[in-house]
Write a protein that binds this ligand. Sequence first.
Ligand code: GLY
Length: 362
Amino acid sequence: MKKRLEVNYNDSWCYDIVFHNSYEKLGEELDKLDLLSRKVCIVCDSNTEQYLEEVIKYSKEHVAYVDSYVFQAGEENKTLDTVKNLYEHLIKAKFDRNDILFALGGGVVGDLVGYTAATYLRGIRFIQLPTTLLSMVDSSVGGKTGVDFDAYKNMVGAFHQPKCVYMNMSTLRSLPKEQFSSGMGEVIKYGYIKDAPFYQWLKDNHDCIMNHDFEVLSEMVYHSCLCKKEVVERDPLEKGERALLNFGHTLGHAIEKLMNFKLYHGQCVAIGMVAAIYMSAKRGMLSMEELKDSISIIQSFGLPVGVIGIEVNDIIAATKNDKKMEAGKIKFILLEKIGCGIIDSDVTDDEMVDALEYIMKL
Ligand code: GLY
């Protein structure tokens, strides 16, 4: 298994993503952060509390004091209220600017703890300990942090880079099937927007991936992080290229919201990707065979490709409320070809209606 990737932005920030099969090596990474006289608060949710004891065990010799904070799992708790409760906890426990937070969990924990770290005392350090496929391959890398505001996803946030991303790959073993597939939505995305050989590799290794062959999963997570690292190093603040990572998210976020977060994020991204691939095919950039092939590949990884029970017009209205709007225009990610995403701000309502009507029939 490959062990380490360095994310480095002009030396102004730099951190390692490390890949292991347990938390046993966590101390080695903590020693690099010089924490012997510092307090740590390990923040997790009710799903990832199961790892808390082990993380405490492998941290306690390497920091001055270990504290923990658990909140109720669920996207509905990714709110400023939960952040406020965490601030209160940190203030009572006298956390100062040199102390550190650990985000132990999936995307909700990582985003919320990252945002707390970005804002508490004008910014303290944090490390990411992702425990889901989705957080390993996407949300733990690149410093996007934030919470939802009412039904607006990730509406309040900040860029704040972690000091380390420590992957314990064995947490994938206990991941529920639908959550695993949700992560696959973000994995396949890299193939579509950046990396045709990786897309082919995913097809070739389909059975091993779905059977959770550990070596193959490790290679897949490593390669996804490599794709993400390269994009965020070139464009950390999403001034350009990083927007490609939003492939499938434009309609996906709207569907996620209208389905009241009953579908997982990666499932909604998958549906959004099919709609964007359809639009790309309609514009003549992809063939109808590539569209059909994409639908069957996405489905083969356990992901939905269509949605029913919500209105086309509502999806379009919700899309126009998303933070991905720029100067009143929706920034869409389309495919020029498989492995090459492009940013397009000229997608019309008619194109969206056509694509949404298509996915509603799938
Ligand atoms: N999840 C997309 C990004 O980090 O830019």
